[in-house]
Design a protein around this ligand. Sequence first.
Ligand SMILES: [Zn+2]
Length: 277
Amino acid sequence: MLDFHAPDPRIAAVRQLWQQFQLQLEQRFDEILAEVEHACATLLVEDADEAEAMSGAWVTAHARASDLATCLADAWNDQFGPRLRSLGADDDAITYARYELEALQDRMEVRLEHTRLRVFAEAARIRWVRALRDAPSGMSCPCCGARTPIPATFGPTEVGCPSCGTRMTYEPGPRVRMLERGCVHALCEEASWEPWLAMRQAERTLHAAPHETLELLQAYEHTQIVYWHTYLQARVALLPHTAQSFTVDLRNQLQPWYLHVEHRAAWARAGRPRALS
Ligand SMILES: [Zn+2]
């Protein structure tokens, strides 16, 4: 930990209070997330109209978590920052305390998003299993009669007989297809968590840089491509027919950003070098 260069015990005391405050707030934040995760899991077990109830529980938890983030920023701006300054804390001390604040805000944002992903992906899996409850567990080949398990998809899927290779079409039925809209997105988002983190980091690095450089723009472009590639691949696994439009869909996802950087100096100077044309 950085030394505060502050022999003044009053500064050390404020700093300690600030750290305690952050610690308590972070604990409270984690409690809220744990509560909502538990609440959503309970709703799912109770088999009520869980999709709507869950969204409601999530909106409430999100608001509470956001309130805490505001509380944190206010405490710094109104209390701890001014107190440190009035005691004569040097610039390094203030900068470091601000850095701690931003690091905590960052952790909270990531944890909130990760919890949202887990909650909704878990809900998707439970609803999917429920929709399949009365469905046959396998298909029989019309030629040789061999059984094959049904594929884990939300849309019609070509399946090869494991014995004779005859092609059959699996049709998941209206109960599963009804879930497509709500569930597929949640599962694809969950599958793309790591690339999402990398994309977010690249975006933050770009915005924090004093100058927008081609390297930073391309680094962000690359992470966006990896993210959407992963997301769309997960979607192909769940909805095989989307494989046909994969390339077009990938390009479409990048399109808004390409339009956004169209006239940025560093990008335009380099001849707008889109990795996806
Ligand atoms: Zn067969």
